[in-house]
Write a protein that binds this ligand. Structure first.
Ligand SMILES: CC(=O)SCCNC(=O)CCNC(=O)[C@H](O)C(C)(C)COP(=O)(O)OP(=O)(O)OC[C@H]1O[C@@H](n2cnc3c(N)ncnc32)[C@H](O)[C@@H]1OP(=O)(O)O
Ligand SMILES: O=C([O-])CC(=O)C(=O)O
Length: 454
């Protein structure tokens, strides 16, 4: 039997042996995806970091959909965003401080924190050269491998004391933009024959400015581009404990593993197209729709195509409309609302209003078509999520699509580390270890010479 045949046999066999009747999930009251019948998440922990609000619990009754709210350490993210916009300040650094420390820094604390971030941005030569040697087209994958390389060069890598975790948090938050910019240039150099620009990070620049500087060079971005990126970082910095990547960091941290292993796992989770990777999928889907829809204002034509997508008859046949739907938000995702305004303003400035109008129509019709398609099978509302407009915004400030999901990681590393520190420090901590009911039939062991399978 050839090795190809054995792969085919293994694959054919799991079609049968991995089949589990849907009814069994109901019989054993399994919370698929750790979700209750009403789509709310199963409560698995307590946190004081991010709060994600999409519905209200009515006593004895169903959930009531409400406009979404995102709260960082008790503070409404919309208030943070509004203050930053009014005062034309960069705000990611103070958001990171807020998430890590639990309170907003004073001016003096923020200045010292910025200095600390500045000091930590550089990657020592040994790890830099190892990172630059990593091959591959996917920056999320290179980021994950770079984080594992950092383990090698951290003498205190396995130390999970509070102080060491905080040091590692600052180091990772400061270094992610550097790694992502270097990985992008290295990838372009290797696969696209372009010049490799490895710029040293600069002191006195915000994280957003520094990233644009390292990625694009000093004269290729504007202050407005940097402020838009900064806002995107603020909006992506945390999303409570239940989102897939943060839950991943909480699960892995609960085993006591090191920071680098835990962060690598979270990067892998975020890359998924149902999570952070959706920002890339939305742009891909949007480009596809730009081509196949002949009239961008024809609601009937767009709706018919979206329906085909939901029926798995068109686009990538997954049945998904990317950027639509959320595990918690129902009426709105506050981050998507802010990004949408930014997208509209930028589109006006860049002469891309037709594209913005088309994307906005896809949002409206995507929600409508989804609700019609699902009918009574889905008892919750859907809305555009954070990934719906972010890619379009990044594109308009001249960022390549390869860094869209890495930018999400560059922001979320703050939330991940805050949650890791919380997971490892609360008094009644316990390894996360839920249960799986085995529903397979028991069989006798058969000696090798007596097995007769074809
Ligand atoms: C940063 C972030 O992670 S934001 C999310 C980014 N992801 C995307 O944009 C991908 C598209 N969206 C989705 O796949 C989903 O909405 C998710 C993964 C975000 C949330 O999934 P769930 O929590 O299962 O959503 P929910 O409970 O509301 O789903 C109800 C049903 O609608 C389906 N559904 C939800 N959103 C969509 C969508 N955009 N397109 C098609 N079907 C969808 C679900 O698969 C589920 O189907 P089922 O009842 O047959 O199992
Ligand atoms: O909360 C979620 O499930 C996904 C999400 O929006 C995020 O992580 O930002």
């Amino acid at each position: 039997m050839s090795t190809d045949d054995i792969i085919k046999k293994l694959t054919d066999s799991i079609k049968v042996t991995s089949y589990i009747d849907n009814e069994l999930f109901i019989k054993y009251n399994v919370k698929r995806g750790l979700r209750n019948e009403d789509h709310s998440g199963v409560l698995v922990g307590l946190t004081t970091i991010g709060d994600v609000v999409g519905y209200e619990r009515q006593e004895g009754g169903p959930l009531k959909a409400i406009p979404g709210k995102l709260i960082y350490r008790g503070i409404d993210v919309e208030d943070i965003a509004e203050s930053l916009q009014k005062t034309h300040r960069f705000g990611f650094e103070e958001t990171v401080f807020l998430l890590l420390a639990g309170y907003l820094p004073s001016k003096e604390e923020l200045d010292s924190f910025n200095e600390l971030i500045s000091e930590q941005r550089r990657i020592e030569d040994m790890s830099k050269f190892s990172i630059l040697q990593l091959q591959g087209h996917d920056i999320m994958n290179i980021l994950a491998r770079s984080v594992m390389i950092m383990y090698t060069f951290d003498e205190e890598a396995d130390n999970t004391s509070r102080e060491n975790l905080m040091k590692q948090a600052v180091s990772l938050i400061a270094k992610f933009p550097t790694i992502i910019a270097y990985a992008y240039h290295s990838m372009r150099h290797t696969y696209q024959g372009r010049t490799m620009a490895i710029r040293h990070p600069k002191d006195n620049l915000s994280i957003a400015e520094n990233f644009l500087y390292m990625l694009k060079g000093p004269d290729n971005y504007t202050e407005l581009d940097a402020r838009i990126l900064d806002m995107a970082l603020v909006l992506h910095a945390d999303h409570g404990g239940g989102n897939n990547s943060t839950f991943t960091i909480r699960v892995t941290s609960s085993s006591g593993t090191d920071t680098y292993s835990s962060v690598t796992a979270a990067i892998g989770s975020l890359k998924g197209p149902l999570h952070g990777g959706a920002n890339l999928k939305v742009i891909d889907m949007f480009n596809h729709l730009k081509e196949v829809i002949s009239d961008w204002n024809n609601e009937a034509e767009i709706k018919e195509y979206l329906l085909k997508m939901l029926r798995k008859e068109a686009y990538n046949r997954t049945g998904l409309i990317y950027g639509i739907g959320h595990a918690v938000y129902t009426i709105s995702d506050p981050r998507a609302e802010i990004l949408k305004v930014m997208a509209r303003d930028l589109a006006k400035e860049k002469g891309r209003e037709d594209e913005f109008a088309f994307l906005e129509l896809i949002e409206k019709l995507g929600v409508e078509t989804f609700m019609e398609f699902k009918g009574n099978n889905v008892n919750k509302r859907v809305c555009a999520n954070v990934d719906f407009y972010s890619g379009f915004v990044y594109e308009m400030i001249g960022l390549p699509k390869e860094v869209f999901t890495p930018i999400f990681a560059m922001a979320r590393i703050a939330g991940w580390m805050a949650h890791r520190i919380e997971e490892l420090n609360f008094d009644s901590k316990r390894i996360i270890r839920p249960a799986y009911k085995n529903v397979a039939d028991r069989k006798d062991y058969v000696a090798l010479e007596q097995r007769s399978r074809k």
